[in-house]
Design a protein around this ligand. Sequence first.
Ligand SMILES: C[S@@+](CC[C@H](N)C(=O)[O-])C[C@H]1O[C@@H](n2cnc3c(N)ncnc32)[C@H](O)[C@@H]1O
Length: 246
Amino acid sequence: MDTPLKLQIDEWQGTIAHSIEQHPVPYLVKVRGLDYVMFPETFNPNYAKASLILLDNLGVRPGDTVLDPFTGSGADAIFAVLAGAARAVAIDKFTMPVLCAKYNAYRLGLSDRIDVRQGDALAALQPDEQFDLVVANPPFRPMNPESTVQAMMRDSAHATLRNFFAGVGRHLRPDGRMRIVFSNAGNLDYFHHLAKECGFSSSTVAQARYASDVIMEVYELTRIHATTPPAAATVVDVDTDRLAER
Ligand SMILES: C[S@@+](CC[C@H](N)C(=O)[O-])C[C@H]1O[C@@H](n2cnc3c(N)ncnc32)[C@H](O)[C@@H]1O
């Protein structure tokens, strides 16, 4: 990665982390016009263009069942249900985002349609659970996180991304689709390689930039073949496991 891009990513992610760390107690925000209570140590979508372009391009169809495996505040799952999805499962590895997602689903009267779980993405699902639509904003950057806030944006050696692609096919209906946001803050070539290796074709749905060089794109991924690819080996992500245990 060249130096100007690295500096822009450092500044971008540093600003997001710093903004999240400014909030020691829950605070009121508007997310795309909706009153929302944001919790501390929780990824605030208003601070991240990547979150907002995914929120604006969820691609929900009426009656969809939706999986949001990196939910943060829960906004993607909540907006999916508000847009007509029948129900959603929202997962996060850390406690504060899980509490935030549960609380906002409750105050919006959606608790019976949004099932919020704490766990390591797909590991929080039953083996036979399947969805029409997966919406995902995973951590992008292949670096070791040193705090829970950094673990919202960093993924040691893309272990989380690899586990996600290795397992997601089993949880997607044969005609299911995914909307995933990714960025050149991570390895975009590797993202597309993993997607293809795991049996998905992708097309770009939306794009945004931070400064001149940081690109983020929402992709729609669908299966190349109707068959479910074999599960790949699980990668152990020691760094985020250690932070989640705190
Ligand atoms: C970039 S944030 C996105 C949050 C939210 N979906 C949004 O768009 O604003 C990534 C989220 O994934 C969570 N996360 C990171 N690693 C995870 C893992 N292995 N399993 C589940 N959640 C994880 C982080 O805690 C964080 O809330």
